[in-house]
Design a binder for this molecule. Structure first.
Ligand SMILES: C[S@@+](CC[C@H](N)C(=O)[O-])C[C@H]1O[C@@H](n2cnc3c(N)ncnc32)[C@H](O)[C@@H]1O
Length: 285
């Protein structure tokens, strides 16, 4: 298999992420409106909570964030940020892509919410304040280079009794099987599986993919344990109507059937974690 030229492009995982999402904000293909318009955010919200990932607010239980401090890593268009803030969270967000920072600020403005603390930078090099009652990150950590460093930093930023809430891609999923099958059939010579995955899942150019790590539940659990977390709750979701030809459209996006399919073959691992307890009953650092 030929090596992709992207391996020689600058900036590693963060560089590719910045290039992709500065050019095309995440999810922007879901709206015909200009990124930043009120209707743009409404379209993205409807797609996110009405079709693709309707389980997010309920699984992560946004209402419990009222008057609690929340740090979000990787804000995207700020759809979840606005939802958490509407539920009364004392919100801070961080993202490496300027475009996403601007869009999230615009989303707060068009939603009539007071501006929140939204920082541009790398979590490892930015003073974000804290500690935080919740650290939330959906669809981000599988894209970052030094993932264990991010998780360890998140661990240090967690308040006593705080929770880490994350969503990550799952290896044993319908979508990953689809990516494998289409890579074999349609990708063409010289396109690596990583290039293809990033192209299909994130709409990146074939020659400049973003990093994507696809792992089993066990692999993520072991990473979390190594970084000082104890898993308190786990779920697997992310099975959409379009995966079931003809009949799928009659199924509720957040109903029993699609959630059962998601529990077996969903695209997202969902984890809620606390800080691990040291053997002496203290909290490990
Ligand atoms: C796939 S998007 C997910 C965005 C949002 N959480 C969502 O679910 O729509 C990944 C986000 O993570 C951000 N990102 C990627 N690498 C990052 C890093 N090292 N530090 C902070 N944010 C990062 C990107 O700019 C982008 O906003």
């Amino acid at each position: 298999m030929r090596e992709s030229p992207v391996r020689h492009m600058s900036g590693g995982a963060e560089g590719a992420a910045r290039r992709l999402w500065s050019h095309t904000p995440v999810g922007s293909s879901r709206s015909n409106h200009q990124p930043g318009d009120a209707q743009y955010f409404a379209d993205l919200r409807a797609y996110r909570y009405g079709y693709e990932t309707p389980f997010i607010p309920r699984f992560f239980d946004f209402p419990r964030m009222k008057d609690r401090t929340v740090l979000e890593i990787g804000v995207g268009n700020g759809i979840d940020a606005v939802e958490m803030a509407r539920h009364g969270a004392i919100y801070t967000g961080i993202d490496i892509t300027v475009r996403h920072i601007e869009l999230t600020r615009q989303n707060f403005a068009v939603s009539g919410l007071a501006p929140s603390r939204i920082l541009c930078g790398d979590l490892l090099q930015t003073d974000v304040g804290g500690p935080f009652d919740f650290i939330y990150s959906f669809g981000v950590l599988h894209h970052v280079g030094p993932e264990a460093d991010y998780l360890s930093r998140a661990r240090r930023l967690l308040a006593p009794g705080g929770r880490l809430l994350i969503g990550l891609y799952s290896k044993y999923s319908f979508f990953n099987a689809y990516l494998l099958a289409t890579w074999g059939l349609r990708a063409g010579r010289g396109v690596t599986l990583d290039d293809w995955r990033s192209h299909c899942a994130e709409l990146s150019p074939l020659r400049d993919p973003v990093t994507i790590r696809i792992r089993s539940r066990r692999e993520v659990q072991s990473l979390l344990r190594d970084c000082g977390f104890a898993v308190k709750r786990y779920g697997k979701r992310g099975f959409v109507q379009a995966y079931i030809p003809v009949l799928g459209r009659w199924l509720s996006p957040d109903g029993v059937t699609l959630n059962a399919c998601g529990a077996a073959l969903g695209w997202y691992h969902l984890f809620e974690c606390s800080a691990a307890q040291a053997p002496d009953g203290g909290t490990e650092r």
